[in-house]
Design a protein around this ligand. Structure first.
Ligand code: LAN
Length: 683
């Protein structure tokens, strides 16, 4: 219906609160009271992310790439919060909001009316022209995305015939209804009572009773999968169902068809072993809640764990209230409405790259940037985790002492590349003349111990843990929509971060674990060699795609002294990139590269990928400078007068299929690439 007016709140009433409950926390609050709004005016951070007019000084037109980098940094600094970090939106996945909305509904809770309005606005804005939603904002609609987000909109108060709802329902029928939904979706719908648990494939908690030596025991699975499986198996085994409201009944009609699966008598019986298993998974999810102050590792388990705690301990329990108090950490208000983010932010990841970019371009040495730089170091200092998790061995966690996380220390998870980039950033900042030593050598050694603890026998580094199981476990992959998720795989990106951090550290503190570091770095380089593709490129799993991973791999090789003039494999990698430079001087790849494993050319060049290619070629010391010159000119041509770059296509990916946005990258990598290109073109 074209006359339908999408509801909205007054965006000038929203503020971003930073660091209220813990270091680096960010949450959006709506100020209803005018007096309050006056005493806490909106700043540029809020205005920028809400698409409102940002008040910034006029800048001189840049003449060199370094001028352009400086202007870029002048704008980006406007987005730095008072605690030193750069709060950033982290959206893209479209399967997260339904989990949160359903979980609150079955626990008899709801979001504030402003939050609900803005989520509706977000979902309606992100609806594709085909009429529904896909797995993420860049993908075509699927039954999964469409059913789940339709249900979310109904729970948020949209009537069955309001706006586009009739049309969306018709699309669901056309696509074959709820039977095509993967297990995760069916679990949520069953929890809501709109689908029947008998139509959900078995999710036996008994797997958590297996002894640790069993090759497929859950502690060996990739952490995101096991932390999601654990609460799901609890809800499955207890057959939890929320209250049957009239809305639930009407949704049941929509989803009426379900395949009744064969009844498995042993697993669904009330034998004592089931009760034992239920108690065991509950204990494990309590550990997870307590290790992360109810944030859990991510947004999927967050919502599942919240329902489990409510189901077992009730609405008045500490645990359930604790969960409620940390819901807003995942919600981000964008110009298109309120979204649920992929994590509780990307704080460390963004600041670690920004810091290194500022130092490597020389911008950190300019007086106008000193305050900003000191703020970053202070933030990084406070973000280091000083201890292992509270429930360390009991929760099958990897060590965290000395680590930096992807988002905030409270979330409590080490990632091999986050501890590494965090350490690199601290080392770079502390080498500046005007900074003091915030992180001392003992704390750096703790970080190094953690990095060293994460190398796999292949030489490669995985994400959160060592690889604990065999690739054959992929047979158990029940997520259906994702690929390569059952174990923690090694990645050239993570491996590069780790080895480059170790190498830099060994120059600062040459005596500490010197042999271990050397052995680890050499093995890591071997791994990078091993996974180069015959065409010279590397496949990227966390950024899109070949351009991203090739940048990392060439950084690794440059550290090993392998550059264009000295190495055939570097020549091949450079050829791969140079052949893909577009006629305007830029690079552009779509997320389909990650899905198919073949380079997928974007129709437009992208400033972020162009920056990655520039950095890659500089690491390789590619001799034909005209290539980088044309690329730098392209990045400069896309810069606005106030120093910003506009958002282009999505930059990130996970689990092969799901795109995720890194909107800070357009600042960070453009600044970094331009600043480095300036030096390289003059050399
Ligand atoms: C992330 C975000 C950061 C990312 C990098 C640090 C960039 C990467 O180099 C290592 C892996 C990591 C930490 C990562 C893993 C998977 C995450 C957490 C995500 C892509 C953000 C969202 C995603 C998570 C799995 C989403 C929840 C969905 C499930 C499938 C449970």
């Amino acid at each position: 219906m074209s006359t339908y007016k999408v509801p909205s709140t007054d965006l000038t009433h929203w503020r971003l609160k930073v660091g209220e409950d813990s270091h680096g926390q960010q949450k959006w609050v709506y100020l209803r009271d005018e007096e309050e709004r006056k005493s806490w005016p909106q700043g540029n951070v809020e205005k920028y992310w809400l698409g409102l007019k940002v008040v910034v000084p006029e800048l001189e037109e840049p003449r060199t790439p370094l001028d352009a980098a400086r202007n870029g940094f002048r704008f980006y600094k406007e987005l730095q919060s008072e605690d030193g970090h750069f709060s950033t939106e982290y959206g893209g996945p479209l399967f997260l909001i339904p989990g949160l909305v359903i979980s609150l509904a079955v626990c008899g809770r709801s979001l504030t009316s402003e939050q609900s309005t803005e989520i509706k606005r977000y979902l309606l804005n992100k609806r594709r022209k085909e009429g529904g939603w896909g797995l993420h904002t860049a993908a075509p609609p699927t039954v999964y995305g469409t059913v789940m987000n339709y249900v979310a909109l109904r729970i948020l108060g949209m009537g069955p015939d309001e706006g586009p709802m009739t049309e969306i329902r018709a699309l669901i029928h056309k696509m074959g209804g709820a039977t095509g939904i993967p297990t995760w979706g069916k679990v949520w719908l069953s929890v809501l009572g709109a689908y029947d648990w008998d139509g959900v494939g078995s999710i036996p908690p008994e797997l958590w009773l297996l002894p640790d030596w069993v090759p497929f025991a859950p502690w060996r699975w990739w952490i995101h999968v096991r932390q999601t499986f654990t609460p799901m198996s609890y809800l499955y085994a207890t057959r939890f169902i929320g209250p049957f409201t009239p809305l639930v009944w009407s949704l049941r009609n929509l989803l009426a068809v379900y395949e009744k699966l064969p009844y498995i008598p042993y697993l669904s019986s009330s034998l004592p072993v089931r009760q034992l298993a239920i108690d065991r998974v509950y204990q494990l999810l309590v550990y997870e809640d307590e290790n992360t102050t109810y944030q859990t590792i991510g947004p999927v388990s967050k919502a599942f764990n919240m329902v489990c705690r409510y189901a077992r301990e009730g609405p008045e329990s500490e645990a359930f209230k604790g969960h409620l108090s940390r819901v807003d950490d995942f919600l981000w208000l964008s110009k298109d409405g309120l979204m649920m983010m992929g994590t509780n932010g990307s704080q460390l990841w963004d600041i670690a790259f920004t810091a290194q970019a500022a130092v490597e371009t020389g911008l950190a040495n300019e007086q106008e940037n000193e305050e900003s730089v000191k703020g970053m170091l202070d933030w990084l200092d406070k973000a280091q985790m000083r201890e292992n998790p509270k429930w360390y061995k009991e929760g099958y966690r990897h060590r965290t002492k000395g680590a930096w996380p992807f988002s905030t220390p409270e979330q409590s998870y080490v990632v091999s590349d986050c501890v590494s980039e965090g350490l690199k950033a601290v080392m770079a900042l502390q080498e500046l003349d005007y900074t003091s030593e915030a992180v001392d050598s003992d704390r750096m050694r703790d970080a190094v111990d953690t990095i060293l603890s994460m190398q796999n026998p292949s030489g490669g580094f995985a994400s959160y843990e060592l690889q604990r199981g065999s690739k054959k476990l992929e047979w158990l992959n029940a997520a259906e929509v994702f690929g390569n998720i059952m174990i923690d795989y090694e990645y050239p990106e993570c491996t590069t971060s780790a080895l480059s951090a170790l190498k830099h550290f060994s120059k600062l503190d040459p005596k500490y674990r010197a042999e271990d570091i050397e052995r680890t770095v050499n093995k890591a380089i071997e791994y990078i060699h091993d996974v180069q593709k015959p065409d010279g490129s590397w496949y990227g799993s966390w950024g899109i795609c070949f351009t991203y991973a090739t940048m990392f791999a060439l950084e690794s090789l440059s550290i090993a002294g392998e550059t264009w003039a000295k190495s055939e494999r570097v020549k091949l990698a450079c050829d791969f990139l140079v052949q893909r430079q577009m006629s305007d001087g830029g690079w552009g790849e779509t997320y389909m590269s990650c899905v198919t494993g073949e380079y997928a050319q974007h129709e437009n060049s992208q400033v972020v990928q162009t920056s990655w290619a520039v950095l890659a070629l500089i690491y390789a010391q590619y001799p034909d400078k005209s290539v980088v010159d044309r690329a730098a000119k392209l990045i400069m041509s896309r810069q606005k007068k106030d120093g910003r770059w506009e958002q282009e296509d999505t930059e990130g990916i996970f689990n092969k299929n799901c795109a995720i946005d890194y909107p800070a990258f357009k600042f960070i990598f453009c600044i970094w690439a331009l600043g480095r290109a300036d030096k390289y073109l003059r050399s």
